[in-house]
Design a protein around this ligand. Structure first.
Ligand code: GTP
Ligand code: MG
Length: 308
């Protein structure tokens, strides 16, 4: 007997949630890696902390209702951009743009929308940098690009936003004019504080010549990373040093070999010249110094030496 086929929205919902949860994991890992790398190069974490959340079913239902749409799984995926949300809290405003840029640059990340409330604060004083991005999620038989809302702000901006949020809910969006005015004043103070803290941090850097040192370190580190870049993704068979599946291209290898042989030949030539000169000198001073130095001829071992 054939089992009846039926469509279950509940199952679809579980799958959708798995997608959003996976997208949060992907983006969180990306951010952790960037933060750790930055810490190695600059001795401080640009990211103070990260929080993430999946929008509650009540909030999802409320938002769709507010937009006059029916509560269906399809509508949620299509019209709600912040089912998966990540908030990144930074020390300085400059870190916000740096992080946004580093995320946007990654080849598997698509930036779908940006709202820069730092350059263009909301009338109530709200400041933050918002991005809607998508990241690929690989399942057993498909790949799906899943949306994630990223909010990036400083500690001070976050402090303001959480108080404003509380006030907004307390007065159900209709806070008295005096409170709104005071909140706006606080937003101005937040902006002033962020500018002042950033300027102070820049001043300290100049004082300690940190900028130059960091730039120098970064150049050295980049060139080293470039040099060994291929090796991270290359398997070398220990026994005969053959590369696995032609991962290192033959042409590069040949060029390397030729360069090494050239160097070896040059060294050998130099040595032979020196040896000849030495022999000539010894010939002239034979009577004064009868012991002849035993100068071995080069046997091609230099090739090996330069390989190391
Ligand atoms: P939603 O606000 O999510 O419906 O979408 P939107 O298209 O208006 O997006 P926007 O990027 O403007 O805001 C997204 C999120 O930023 C909100 O859900 C809040 O978490 C936060 N946000 C935006 N404006 C304010 C604000 O005035 N105060 C506070 N506290 N948070 C805000
Ligand atoms: Mg939202």
């Amino acid at each position: 007997m054939d089992l009846p086929m039926f469509y279950s929205e509940e199952e679809e919902w579980k799958k959708v949630m798995l997608m959003y949860d996976s997208a949060l994991k992907e983006v969180s890992t990306k951010l952790e890696i960037l933060n750790e790398e930055f810490k190695l190069n600059h001795q401080y974490n640009p990211i103070e902390h990260i929080t993430s959340r999946i929008k509650s079913p009540q909030s999802i239902a409320k938002k769709l209702h507010h937009n006059g749409r029916e509560l269906t799984v399809e509508n949620i995926v299509k019209y709600i951009n912040d089912v998966a949300g990540i908030r990144i809290i930074c020390s300085f405003t400059s870190d916000i743009y740096r992080i946004a840029d580093l995320i946007a640059k990654q080849s598997d990340v698509q930036v779908l929308k940006v709202k820069d409330y730092i350059m263009f604060p909301k009338p109530n004083g709200y400041t933050s940098y918002h991005m809607i991005i998508s990241v690929p999620i690989y399942l057993s038989n498909t790949m799906v690009n899943v949306k994630v809302e990223i909010q990036i702000r400083t500690i001070a901006m976050d402090f303001w936003a959480s108080l404003e949020h509380k006030i907004y809910y307390k007065f159900e969006g209709n806070a008295p004019e005096t409170i709104r005015k005071e909140l706006k004043e606080c937003a101005d103070i937040v902006s002033f504080l962020d500018h002042k803290m950033l300027a102070l941090n820049e001043e300290i850097k100049i004082y300690n010549h940190e900028d130059e040192l960091e730039q120098y370190k970064e150049i050295l580190s980049d060139s080293f990373q470039n040099m060994i870049k291929d090796s991270y993704g290359t398997v070398i068979d220990d026994e005969n040093e053959e590369t696995d599946g032609q991962i290192i291209k033959e042409s590069i290898r040949r060029e390397e070999e030729e360069a090494l042989l050239e160097v070896a030949a040059y060294v050998e030539q130099q040595e032979q010249g020196e040896q000849q000169e030495q022999e000539d000198r010894e010939e002239k001073n034979k009577d004064k110094n009868p012991k002849k130095k035993n100068n071995k001829k080069s046997d091609g071992k230099h090739t090996k030496f330069f390989r190391l």
